[in-house]
Design a protein around this ligand. Structure first.
Ligand code: NAD
Ligand code: WQD
Length: 340
């Protein structure tokens, strides 16, 4: 069984990926300081998979402590690096905190990879690197625009740091995964997104439906799109999780084309905000209370992916659509709210 180090393994996407990795025969060790998570998720992973996962509760910015993790786990074959601060608005208010956390954690992990000869590295990037792209769908070749926020800049810089590392270290292999808009939860209803303050559309919707908030504000209906609201490519978190398993398998089997490849991970279709609301109403049978409000500053009008590269090279394909996302997010919200 091959061992993978997952950074940010207690977070939303990391925890779902750990489940998929274990179900595909990998051993996992996690590093997460719980800055945006807690240890309960480890019990949930154990309940789903029957396997205990060790988490090192340390800050990845602490290089010494991180090195110790590698010394204690000499059999690590790959790193999947999820850990980051991810709130766009917060990054505008506290840019230095975002740069320090997201860049130093990446630098320290790369250093550890080099020192301990861990040759396979996967990085959580984002469609945010493309900005307001002119031509849709975006491919991996679509040129980047100037980052809209310090958070977005940490993703662009993260990718560039890894590319430079790859050039200088030909034996090291990296994959940059550009997620579009993740949503949904594990089918078991034991695990899903649990934000302290919901800002993203999917949890905002489920929170309104369960009664945690009075209404949903649709940020603008006067864009040049089919119904005037913004278009995004929503991808189910378990499909996203599986792409990481495929990516690490690809690296371990040395099937990667070059030693640093980027892949878009979306479903290749855009849905408007109003369509997402309708999809939720359809699968849940609940009527949502929403209002049309002003545009949100910094919002991209429309973005969706071309994921043909991941399909061809990683043999990955998303299996779920927007209705599956909304249904699983809703099932999870109902369980999560009862637990509180
Ligand atoms: P999350 O906040 O749920 O998980 C991130 C985890 O990393 C948290 O558990 C947090 O405690 C941990 N962490 C952060 N900084 C750390 C540090 N210095 N040391 C140790 N642990 C640390 O976020 P997520 O939604 O699971 O996102 C995972 C990754 O995917 C992030 O890199 C994020 O930027 C990227 N991403 C997320 C989305 C999204 O919409 N969720 C979209 C595109 C890209
Ligand atoms: C989706 C759509 C909003 C909330 C963010 C990050 C991006 C990436 C993914 C990490 C937009 C609309 C939302 C609400 C609304 N993350 N909306 N009312 O902004 O596409 O992407 O997460 O890398 O970097 O920016 O996601 O879920 O916030 O918004 O109308 O209350 O829903 O305007 O069109 P976004 P989101």
């Amino acid at each position: 069984m091959k061992k993978v180090l997952v950074s940010g393994g207690c977070g939303y996407i990391g925890s779902h990926t750990i489940v998929d990795l274990i179900n595909n025969g990998f051993k996992v060790v996690s590093v997460d300081n719980h800055i945006n998570s807690n240890s309960k998720v480890l019990k949930r992973i154990e309940k789903i998979t029957g396997k205990k996962v060790k988490n090192y509760k340390i800050d990845l910015c602490n290089e010494k402590k991180l090195q110790k993790v590698f010394l204690e786990n000499k059999d690590i074959v790959g790193i999947i690096h999820f850990a980051a601060l991810k709130s766009v608005g917060e990054s505008v208010e506290k840019p230095l905190w975002y740069f320090k956390n997201n860049l130093n954690s990446t630098l320290n992990l790369l250093q550890a990879a080099k020192t301990h000869k861990v040759r396979n590295f996967i990085f959580s990037s984002s469609c945010t690197v493309y900005g307001n792209a002119e031509k849709l769908p975006v491919t991996e070749e679509t040129p980047w625009l100037k980052a809209e926020s310090p958070y977005g800049l940490t993703k662009q810089m993260g990718e560039e740091i890894i590319e430079s590392f790859a050039k200088a270290n030909p034996k090291h292999n990296s994959i940059l995964l550009r997620y579009f808009n993740p949503g949904g939860a594990h089918d078991s209803k034991l695990m899903g997104e649990a934000p302290n303050v919901a800002l993203n559309l999917v949890p905002v919707i489920t929170e309104q439906a369960i009664g945690k908030r009075k209404s949903i504000m649709v940020f603008g209906d006067d864009y040049d799109t089919r119904d005037g609201s913004c278009v995004r490519d929503y991808i189910h978190v378990m499909d996203l999780a599986n792409a990481h398993t495929k990516a690490i398998q690809n690296l371990v089997k040395k099937k990667n084309k070059t030693n640093c490849e980027a892949y878009n991970l979306g479903i290749g279709e855009g849905a408007t905000v109003l369509e997402v609301i309708k999809a939720f109403e359809k699968v849940s049978g609940k009527k949502l209370n929403y209002k049309i409000g002003p545009r949100r500053e910094g919002d991209v009008v429309a973005i969706y992916s071309n994921y043909k590269k991941a399909k061809k090279q990683l043999k990955w394909k998303p299996k779920r659509n927007i209705e599956d996302i909304m249904l699983s997010a809703w099932e999870w919200e109902k369980v999560r709210s009862k637990k509180k």
